[in-house]
Design a protein around this ligand. Structure first.
Ligand code: HXC
Length: 258
């Protein structure tokens, strides 16, 4: 499988997708979105892969959708493009865990793609923003919705209406990112986290991801019910027996992912 705008690598049980348009700060052109979807299809259907990292380079995760490509687009085209609209949601629809490893700029669609991942590990030079307002448009793939859920109305309004950026430290305080680490080690940190997750029971990881996502979609009462059902269902897996037995026997569990 060869790509022009991304790099795809498989390292042990971790799939790594790297945006690869360094000259344009990894601006997200349409072919890049198509390649991203294709790469995710491949990683999701590959049984050897248990966790995914999406990353860019040290200067930019992605500075947003490709402005040059969008400048002359019509309303009709934006509305009609089913493929592209589906591709914008591709990360959020991934059932395997996805970590965003973000260094440098994550702006506009770049910030939105990072927020579509399950969590964000940020380098200390990361900058997050929804600057669409400064170019006469607004966020279109989650910037007003996911950002508001993650950081609250005040900060989301501030970012979407003024276009100001948040640095990594503010993003961590605000709950947008799970950890901030030195630039030199952000990818290794993400890889370690992905490898750790990949070593746990894969079906149980899937259920835990589903349960956390339910928290953003429903009421507390309904979310707690969903969680309880999913928790009960982990007792149907050999891996739950193995995990608890291993603890009691003071040894490492050997999960069989069933
Ligand atoms: C196309 C882009 C780009 C983008 C940067 N470049 N961002 N090209 N689309 N989103 C290109 C520049 O034109 C330039 O190309 C090269 O990358 C380097 O960028 P500079 O601006 O020279 O670098 P710098 O001064 O360091 O500034 C970096 C920056 C700035 C702060 C990230 O480039 C910037 O503000 N970019 C736009 C951010 C933005 O508005 N994003 C939202 C897009 S709309 P040349 O050829 O001159 O070297 C969006 C909507 C999403 O994301 C909803 C649908 C998916």
């Amino acid at each position: 499988m060869s790509f022009e705008h991304i790099l795809l690598e498989k390292k042990a049980a971790v799939g790594i997708i790297r945006f690869n348009r360094p000259k344009s700060m990894n601006a997200l052109c349409q072919p890049l979105f198509a390649e991203l979807s294709e790469a995710l299809d491949d990683l999701e259907s590959d049984d050897a892969i248990a966790a995914i990292i999406i990353t860019g380079n040290d200067k930019a995760f992605a500075a947003g959708a490709d402005i040059g490509e969008m400048v002359e687009a019509s309303y009709q085209q934006m509305l009609a493009d089913e493929g592209l609209n589906r591709q914008w949601d591709r990360i959020a629809n991934c059932r395997k865990p996805v970590i965003a490893a973000v260094a440098g700029y994550a702006l506009g669609g770049g910030c939105e793609l990072a927020m579509s991942c399950d969590f964000i590990i940020a380098a200390d030079n990361a900058k997050f923003g929804q600057p669409e307002i400064t170019i006469g448009t607004m966020p279109g793939i989650g910037g007003t919705q996911r950002l508001t859920r993650l950081v609250g109305k005040a900060r989301a309004m501030d970012m979407c209406l003024t276009g100001r950026m948040m640095d990594a430290q503010e993003a961590e305080r605000a709950g947008l990112v799970s950890r901030v680490v030195p630039l030199e080690s952000y990818f290794e940190e993400a890889f370690e986290a992905a490898s750790l997750i990949a070593g746990f029971s894969r079906p149980v990881v899937k259920l835990a991801k589903e349960a956390v996502n339910a928290a953003l979609e429903t009421t507390l009462t309904q979310g707690l019910k969903t969680e309880r059902r999913l928790f009960h269902s982990t007792f149907a897996f050999d891996d739950q027996k193995e995990g608890m037995k291993a603890f009691i026997e003071k040894r490492k569990p050997v999960f069989k992912h069933r």
